[in-house]
Write a protein that binds this ligand. Structure first.
Ligand code: GLC
Length: 488
């Protein structure tokens, strides 16, 4: 049964299609629907996604199956969530997309103060060498420290590095493979903390000690758990997508450290790689195949490519181009921009779907930016329909992932900490996910909570504990009363 909103979209869409030019109404509806239909999936499809995903999760966790598993389920060495008593001044780094941030964070109970600065990572560095990348990072840290008069200090540093890493300790993270458009030579297979320390040493004018590396999903989980103790999943819906969750040690076949309380550890699923073994072939469309084919990591991160911000706009563009070529959009004309790969950004999808009335203010603005000279209101409606189909599938696919985790964890109540530009700026992502997760995990009470700057705060929280750990020169600290537990 379609809900009220879907129903009204349905009516609106038919109306739009009926009025567009050149074909008779019936044919137009059929043609537009045929082109968009592969993106519209049934609940059974999402159930199948969940089953396959659970199987993938278990393979990633299993001692004998991990090596060949596509979804890696990396253990993080972060074993419990904070309780708000962490204190001190910390530096944090956040690298996960085209922006790199340096942050100065002071923690005092629930009070968190942050100052931060964004530095761009130019394309040639994203595709250059690891040395160039880490020299650039060190240069940004230097500039930040200088600006904040920190050059004479040695502050503990937490690094949010949002790429798949095999961790062999809290401050040892070996990059397994680049994702999200990065491809710096000489980093895969190496410890990124070591590469950072080496770059800092090469400069010789700053002193920094990186005590912890975390994934952005872990940051989202930690920052929400700081105020919501039942937060047990961290989710990112941004340039990429990924989730982490709290798993029982008994389920972690690779756990090699102490088996003390709390008998849990945060697992970074790296679920973006789900489908890399063909598990999602049954629902992939031609559009998805084209996106994958033209990416710099063909065959990799299949689930991520169907969901996240780096790819969603391109999926919508490919659908619109197909409609146009069939004379169903822009009277077959369009523009050079619309025909250019990567030129239809995911933010356009959010903007177009944010139009609430028939004025189509945002949609027209987007068409303007794409230099589409001639368009009708029907074109606006059809573009909205396309964006809606693409983003709804993305939201539902992510929901299947979350529902799978919720069912696996089996806790009666879970808060999911969510961050990322797609989730933040898309007008319906939250609601679509609430609806679908409820349907797919009906026995579990859950909440999707927006994480506020988890990448900064989370890194600082984990570094705070690591710092205490180092100060106490203990191999392991389990501070039952006061918060985060990390494994050295
Ligand atoms: C990519 C990265 C992953 C990160 C996610 C969201 O999937 O591999 O580590 O968490 O993007 O930024």
């Amino acid at each position: 049964m379609p809900n009220e909103r879907n129903k009204s979209h349905h009516v609106q869409r038919n109306h739009a299609i009926q009025r567009s030019a050149s074909y008779d109404a019936e044919t137009r509806i059929k043609m537009v629907e045929a082109i968009v239909r592969p993106l519209i999936l049934k609940d059974e499809d999402y159930q199948t996604v969940m089953e396959k995903m659970l199987d993938n999760f278990n393979q990633g966790l299993g001692k004998d199956t991990h090596n060949n598993a596509k979804v890696k389920m990396f253990q993080t060495y972060v074993r419990s969530v904070p309780d708000g008593t962490e204190e001190g001044e910390f530096l944090a780094l956040d690298l996960g997309g085209t922006n790199f941030r340096v942050l100065l964070i002071s923690l005092k109970g629930q009070e968190v103060n942050m100052e931060s600065k964004i530095y761009l990572i130019p394309q040639q560095i994203m595709l250059g060498t690891g040395t160039q990348l880490f020299d650039h990072i060190a240069d940004c840290i230097f500039k930040f420290m200088k600006e904040h008069q920190l050059l004479d200090k040695v502050l503990p540093l937490g690094f949010t590095f949002s790429f798949p890493c095999r961790q062999v300790g809290l401050a040892h993270a070996i990059l397994t493979t680049w994702t999200k458009g990065f491809k710096c030579e000489g980093v895969e297979g190496n410890d990124i903390v070591q590469l950072l320390h080496e770059a800092i040493k090469r400069r010789g004018d700053i002193e920094v000690e990186c005590l912890a590396v975390i994934n952005d999903t872990v940051g989202a989980l930690m920052s929400c758990a700081h105020s919501e103790r039942s937060c047990a999943i961290g989710l990112i819906l941004g340039t990429g997508t990924n989730a982490c969750y709290i798993e029982k040690l008994e389920n972690c076949g690779l756990w090699d450290a102490d088996y003390d309380d709390p008998k849990e550890v945060i697992i970074n699923t790296e679920w973006g790689a789900f489908g890399d073994d063909g598990a999602l072939d049954f629902l992939m469309t031609d559009y998805d195949r084209l996106v994958d084919k033209h990416s710099i990591n063909t065959g990799k991160q299949i689930y991520e490519k169907m969901i996240s911000g780096m790819y969603m706009g391109e999926i919508a563009r490919l659908v619109m181009e197909r409609l146009r070529k069939n004379g169903l959009l822009f009277r077959g004309r369009g523009s050079q921009e619309l025909s250019t790969r990567g030129r239809f950004y995911t933010k356009y999808v959010s903007e177009i779907e944010s139009d609430v009335d028939d004025g189509f203010k945002n949609t027209k603005q987007v068409f303007d930016e794409l230099n589409i000279e001639e368009f009708t209101e029907d074109d606006c409606r059809i573009a909205q329909y396309v964006c809606q189909a693409v983003s709804t599938r993305a939201a539902y696919l992510a929901s299947a992932g979350i529902a799978c985790l919720l069912n696996k964890m089996g806790r009666p109540e879970v808060v999911v900490g969510v961050d990322g530009s797609l989730y933040r700026f898309h007008p319906h992502f939250h609601d679509l996910m609430m609806e679908k997760v409820q349907k797919l995990a009906p026995d579990i009470r859950f909440k999707l909570m927006l994480s506020h700057d988890g990448s900064g705060k989370g890194a600082a929280l984990v570094a705070a504990v690591a710092n205490r750990l180092r100060d106490e020169k203990a191999k392991r600290i389990t501070d039952g009363m006061t918060g985060v537990t990390v494994q050295d």
